[in-house]
Design a protein around this ligand. Structure first.
Ligand code: ZN
Length: 710
C-alpha cells in the first residue's frame, strides 16, 4: 500500500540500484552444469569505523565530515556503475551477494518447488541473456498489440487498465520522492483513509510523466531545456528500437512530450504535496465522472478489479481537468504513441540488451551521470527482491539477522523511545496538553524490526524460466491485484513496505509504525557485537530520526490511531515554527559546486528529524553509560572517548562521494539533504559535539545560533 507520508531515511535514495538497468555480466546460473550445486560467492567485507581512518590534517571543528570521511573518500572513488560511493556501499554488495547465493541455489535445484522454484525461475529468466536478446522485442508485442487495438478514446480505459496491471507501478502513489505516480496517465490504488485510518479507500494521483520531477518539464533554465531535448531524442530512440521508422518515431516522441508537459503543468509541486490536507480531496464516483466525462471510469475500475467505494481521494483535482482536456483533444494515434512509449519505457529493463542499455543511457547516464549499469547479477538480484521480496527474505534473515541481532536492535529502539519520552516531558515549546497527546501516541507506536511475522504467499504467480518480461508482467499483476484488493478492507499494520534485505527504514504515520528492515541493521550502522557508542551514533541516529517523524510537523497531523487530526495547539505550532525557522535558514543555501540552491523548506522535515535523531541517540547513550556507572568522556582502549566514537561512527556511516548530476537531482527533488550536510549541520548545533572535540565559538562546526527543536 502506498503511504501518504511515509518518511524514508533515504540511505538508498542516491543509489541507482533499481531493477531497471542494463547489461553485461555472464550468466553463471545458466553456465553451471545441470544439477551441479553452484559455488556460493564469498561475502564482501563490511565497512566499520576505525580510528586510524580519520584525516588528522582536517580539523574536526572546521569540517567534521571531511575529518571523518576525507581519507575514506580518497581511497574509495566512485565506480563507473554507481551514482555515488559510500561506506554503505559494501553493504549493498553484501546483502545482494547473500540473495544471489540463495537465487543461484534455487535456480540450480531442479527438484525445487513452491517459492524456491519461483525465485529460481524469475532469477533464471533475468540472467538468461541469450533468450532476452533473441526474444526481447517479441515479448513486447502483446502489449503493443493491445495498444494498437485502441481505435477511439472509448478504448482508453481498457488499454490503460491493461498497462496499469502489467507494468509498474500505478498503485505507487505519493511515493518516496513525493512527486507523482510513475505510470501512464494517472496513479490508482489503495489509500488509507486520512480521517479513519482503520479503513482502506481508493486514491487517484497525478502521474503519467516519466521524468523524475516537475522541474524537468517546467523549469526554463538552459540546462533543463537541454535535458528536455535529450529526453525527446531518447523517446524517439525507444520507438525506433521497437521498429518504428524514424519520421514516425520523431513525431510520436513530440506527442509524448506534449502530453507529459500538459500533465506536468496541471500537477501539484512537491512542497505543496507535503501537506496532507492539500491532497485529501474526496470525490464520489459521480464527481470523478463529472471531472473526466470522456473517460469510462466504470470500465476502468471493473478491469482493475476495484470494488465500489463511497469515495475516492484525489490528490490534485486540477490534474483531472488536464486529463479530460487531453482525452478530448488527442487522436487515437496520439494516444497510441503515448501508451506505446509507456509500455516500451516500463518494459525496457525486462527485454533485450539494446532496450535496457538505451533506457539506462538516458535515465542512468544523462540524468544521474552514471557511466555504466550495474553488473547483470546485481540488476537481477534487485529485480527479484523487488518483485518477490518476501520469498527471498527468509534466506537473507537466516544468514544476516540472527535472533540475537533482532533482540539487541529491539533494545536499542526501546532505549531511544525512552529517551524521546523524557525529551517530550522537557520540551519548552510543547504545551502540557499536547505533551499528554504525544505520550499517548508514543505508547501506541508499533515498532517492527527485521522482517514480517508472516511471509507473503506468491503461489498464484505463474512464472517460467525463459521469459523475463512475462515474469515481470505476472509478478506485477499479482502485486497490482493485491494492492487494489486492499480497497474496502481493514488496514494491516503488520504489513511491511520494504523487503527484509532493504537498506533503509521508515516511519508510517497512518499506521503509526516505525520499521527497520534487517538490511539496515548491519555495519557500518549496526552490529550485534560492536560497542554501544558506535551503535548509538550510527543506527541510533536513524532510529531517532524515524521515531521523531511521528511527532514532528508531519507527525502532528496524525494521531495515535493514524487519523489525520492535528493534536497540537496553534500555540505549539507557532513555537515549533519559530524554532524550526532556525533549521530552515541553516539549510537554505547555495551549493556552488553543483550550481543549485537547497530549499530549506523542502528538506525541513528531514533535517529537523536528523537534528533530533542524533540528539535522542546521544541522550539514550548517556543514560546507559550513567546506569553502568561509566563516563562518556574518559578515553577508552582506542584512545577515543565514547562520546567521540559516537560522533565519528555517525559521520562515518554517511561518508559518500556523489556524482554532481545525482547530487543536483537530489537537491532539487529530494526532501533529504546531501550526506555531508546531514553530518555537519546537526553536529554544529550540538554542545555535546563541541565538548567532545573542544570546538570554539566562531569555528564552522559551532553554528550560531544553535538550532534546536528536539
Ligand atoms: Zn525521514
Amino acid at each position: 500500500m502506498h503511504r501518504w507520508f511515509a518518511a524514508f531515511c533515504c540511505f538508498a535514495c542516491l543509489s541507482f540500484a533499481t531493477p531497471a538497468q542494463v547489461q553485461n555480466g555472464h550468466n553463471s546460473a545458466q553456465s553451471a552444469p545441470a544439477d551441479a550445486k553452484p559455488a556460493a560467492t564469498e561475502l564482501p567485507k563490511l565497512e566499520k569505523f576505525d580510528p586510524s581512518i580519520v584525516d588528522k590534517t582536517r580539523n574536526a571543528c572546521v569540517d567534521f565530515y571531511q575529518h571523518t570521511c576525507g581519507n575514506w573518500l580518497a581511497a574509495h572513488p566512485i565506480t563507473p556503475d554507481m551514482a555515488e560511493n559510500s561506506t554503505v556501499h559494501p553493504l549493498f554488495l553484501y546483502n545482494q551477494t547473500i540473495l544471489r547465493n540463495a537465487l543461484e541455489a534455487a535456480a540450480a535445484d531442479k527438484q525445487a518447488t513452491g517459492s524456491e522454484r519461483q525465485i529460481g525461475d524469475f532469477w533464471q529468466s533475468c540472467m538468461d541473456e541469450t533468450a532476452r536478446n533473441a526474444n526481447g522485442k517479441a515479448w513486447l508485442q502483446p502489449a503493443l498489440n493491445t495498444i494498437a487495438s485502441l481505435k477511439s478514446s472509448r478504448d482508453l480505459p481498457r488499454v490503460l487498465a491493461y498497462l496499469h496491471l502489467n507494468f509498474p507501478a500505478a498503485w505507487q502513489m505519493w511515493n518516496d520522492d513525493d512527486n507523482y505516480t510513475k505510470a501512464p496517465l494517472f496513479g490508482f490504488g489503495p489509500a488509507q483513509d486520512l480521517e479513519d485510518a482503520s479503513k482502506v479507500v481508493a486514491g487517484v494521483d497525478q502521474g503519467g510523466m516519466a521524468l523524475p520531477s516537475l522541474d524537468y518539464y517546467l523549469d526554463s533554465s538552459e540546462h533543463s531545456k537541454e535535458l528536455r531535448a535529450k529526453y525527446v531524442q531518447h523517446i524517439q530512440k525507444m520507438f525506433e528500437l521497437a521498429g518504428d521508422a524514424s519520421d514516425k518515431a520523431a513525431a510520436e516522441a513530440r506527442t509524448v512530450m506534449e502530453i507529459e508537459t500538459a500533465l506536468a503543468k496541471a500537477s501539484m509541486d512537491n512542497v505543496t504535496r507535503r501537506d496532507p490536507q492539500k491532497i485529501y480531496n474526496k470525490r464520489t464516483l459521480q464527481q470523478l465522472k463529472a471531472a473526466v466525462p470522456d473517460f469510462g471510469w466504470d470500465q476502468y475500475l471493473q478491469l482493475m478489479g476495484a470494488p465500489s467505494v463511497p469515495f475516492y481521494i484525489v490528490s490534485q483535482p486540477p490534474f483531472l481537468d488536464a486529463v479530460e482536456q487531453q482525452i478530448k483533444t488527442r487522436s487515437p494515434q496520439e494516444w497510441q504513441a503515448y501508451l506505446r512509449w509507456w509500455a516500451i519505457h516500463r518494459g525496457a529493463s525486462y527485454t533485450s540488451h539494446d532496450f535496457e542499455q538505451a533506457n539506462f543511457d538516458f535515465f542512468g547516464t544523462t540524468l544521474y551521470g552514471i557511466p555504466q549499469m550495474l553488473p547483470q547479477w546485481r540488476r537481477c538480484v534487485g529485480s527479484t527482491d523487488h518483485f518477490l521480496g518476501e520469498a527471498l527474505g527468509q534466506a537473507y534473515v537466516n544468514i544476516a539477522f540472527p535472533p540475537e541481532s533482532k533482540q539487541r536492535a529491539n533494545q536499542l529502539v526501546d532505549q531511544i523511545r525512552a529517551a524521546l519520552v523524557e525529551e517530550i516531558q522537557q520540551l519548552d515549546w510543547m504545551s502540557d496538553a499536547t505533551k499528554k497527546q504525544a505520550l499517548i501516541k508514543q505508547s501506541a507506536t508499533l515498532q517492527k524490526i527485521g522482517y514480517p511475522n508472516t511471509w507473503r504467499d506468491y503461489s498464484s504467480v505463474k512464472l517460467v524460466p525463459n521469459n523475463y518480461l512475462a515474469n515481470m508482467n505476472a509478478a506485477n499483476a499479482f502485486e497490482a491485484h493485491r494492492q487494489v484488493g486492499k480497497i474496502g478492507k481493514p488496514v494491516d499494520r503488520n504489513e511491511w513496505g520494504m523487503t527484509p534485505a532493504t537498506i533503509n527504514a521508515y516511519e508510517d504515520p497512518q499506521m503509526n509504525t516505525i520499521n527497520f528492515p534487517a538490511g539496515i541493521m548491519q555495519l557500518p550502522m549496526f552490529s550485534g557485537t560492536q560497542d554501544d557508542a558506535s551503535n548509538f551514533g550510527a543506527i541510533g541516529m536513524v532510529i531517532g530520526h524515524e521515531t521523531i517523524h511521528g511527532f514532528d510537523d508531519q507527525g502532528r497531523k496524525f494521531d495515535a490511531h493514524g487519523n489525520l487530526r492535528d493534536w497540537w495547539t496553534p500555540e505549539d505550532a507557532k513555537r515549533y515554527e519559530e524554532k524550526d525557522k532556525c533549521i530552515i535558514d541553516q539549510y537554505s543555501q547555495e551549493i556552488p559546486e553543483y550550481g543549485v540552491k537547497q530549499n530549506g523548506n523542502l528538506t525541513a522535515g528531514e533535517d529537523t528529524a536528523d537534528n533530533g535523531g542524533i540528539h535522542l541517540a546521544m541522550l539514550a547513550l548517556e543514560k546507559q553509560y550513567k546506569a553502568q556507572g561509566k563516563s562518556l568522556d574518559t578515553p577508552e582502549a582506542d584512545g577515543l572517548t565514547a562520546r567521540q566514537r559516537f560522533f565519528l561512527a555517525y559521520a562515518f556511516s554517511w561518508c559518500a562521494a556523489v556524482r554532481p548530476e545525482a547530487a543536483r537531482n537530489q537537491v532539487i527533488s529530494n526532501p533529504h539533504s546531501l550526506p555531508e550536510f546531514r553530518v555537519n549541520r546537526p553536529l554544529s548545533n550540538m554542545p555535546e559535539f563541541q565538548q567532545a572535540f573542544g570546538c570554539k565559538q566562531g569555528q564552522p562546526m559551532v553554528h550560531s545560533p544553535q538550532c534546536r527543536v528536539w
